[in-house]
Design a protein around this ligand. Structure first.
Ligand code: NAI
Ligand code: MG
Length: 337
């Protein structure tokens, strides 16, 4: 039986990198049917809204979406589509692998770790839940629940278990933010007991930042609350050469949305020089999620080989002389070989 997925081409460079990505998925014969749905600026022009109900319905129907970057219009009271999608589908786990690839500008060349960020609570509550904002004093609330912590920590341990990873590090600030971060740490310790085969480590967030820069190889899976996860996952992207190679998944019980971490890059849209790697790696994560791990690996290994051997086909941001299309072409040849 073939699997259908919702595809959002996205704004700016979105359509260019999505076309490249779908070419590679087709070459791998993943048996996927694509249903293209509108979101972002394209949807605003056609439907008067950034994310039409029928697009939400299609994501709900298939449970899987591959998403190009979307431009959130500035001003005009628009709220981020990404935040809307997270809330609508309760996409509680933000999963960001950080893997070194050859020929990139990075401090290390052998990093392989994953950050799992709680995506629905913590310091990022919906508008209006802040306690005080009178112009002189601003007080924001951090909300951590037992249920929210339990599901994210369990997600991290299951991810470790199912992918042969050996260690989970819970990052917190329980020594200072005792109520909320303390609860997260308590729950992490409880859940860790259910996984005696996986090493459990706890680390205070400021130390974790230093350790990540000094000795990143000690980390395998990192699980943390929303704000810390937002910051740490970008730090990890920096360890492996920046956002051009950073994919991310937003995962809930009913739906999962896979995307590049970077935005719609309006400054280079239409020039055919956008790097498709991050979206391709997001597609690889999607294939893993669908149980097609070998095909996911084929994309990762293929990217590695192209970066190593076909510099003429690689996009300029990674020091090559190629285009989005030549990169896709080289990768198609690589996965077919
Ligand atoms: P951006 O990530 O789009 O661009 C930052 C810089 O990185 C630019 O110089 C751009 O040319 C470059 N860049 C980004 N992706 C690239 C790629 N694949 N290949 C080569 N170069 C690349 O961030 P910016 O400019 O802050 O945001 C632009 C728009 O994207 C905004 O409307 C923002 O709201 C949206 N955005 C959407 C996201 C999403 O849908 N997941 C995430 C971040 C931003
Ligand atoms: Mg962020």
């Amino acid at each position: 039986m073939s699997q259908s997925i919702a595809v959002i081409k996205g704004d700016g460079i979105g359509p260019e990198i999505m076309d490249a990505t779908l070419r590679v998925l087709d070459a791998l014969e993943c048996g996927l049917n694509y249903e293209f749905i509108d979101a972002g600026l394209a949807a605003l022009e056609k439907h008067g809204t950034l994310i039409p109900q029928e697009s939400l319905d299609t994501i709900e129907k298939y449970g899987i979406a591959l998403k190009g970057p979307l431009t959130t219009p500035i001003g005009k009271g628009f709220s981020s589509i990404n935040v809307q999608l997270r809330r609508h589908f309760d996409l509680y786990a933000n999963v960001r692998p950080a893997i070194s690839f050859p020929g990139t500008r990075s401090r290390y060349n052998d990093i392989d770790m994953i950050t799992v960020r709680e995506n629905t609570e913590g310091a990022y509550l919906s508008d209006g839940q802040e306690m005080i904002d009178d112009g002189n004093t601003g007080i924001s609330v951090i909300k951590v629940t037992r249920q929210g912590s339990e599901r994210i920590v369990r997600y991290a341990f299951e991810l470790a278990k199912n992918n042969g990873r050996k260690k989970v590090t819970a990052v917190h600030k329980a020594n200072i933010i005792k109520t909320s971060s303390g609860l997260f740490l308590d729950v992490a310790r409880e859940v860790a007991k259910e996984y005696p085969e996986i090493e459990f480590q706890e680390m205070i967030v400021d130390n974790a930042c230093m350790q990540l820069v000094m000795n990143p190889h000690q980390f395998d899976v990192v699980v943390t609350t929303n704000l810390f996860g937002d910051i740490l996952s970008d730090l990890c992207a920096g360890l492996v050469g920046g956002l051009g190679l950073a994919p991310g998944a937003n995962i809930g019980e009913k739906a999962a949305i896979f995307e590049a971490v970077h935005g719609s890059a309006p400054d280079i849209a239409g020039q055919k020089i956008a790097n498709p790697c991050a979206l391709l790696l997001a597609a690889a994560q999607m294939l893993d999620h669908l149980g097609m791990n070998e095909k996911g690996d084929a994309i990762r290994h293929g990217i590695r080989a192209v970066l190593e051997t076909r510099r003429d086909m690689v996009t300029p941001d990674m020091g090559g002389t190629g285009t989005t299309d030549t990169f896709a072409q080289a990768l198609v040849e690589q996965v077919a070989a």
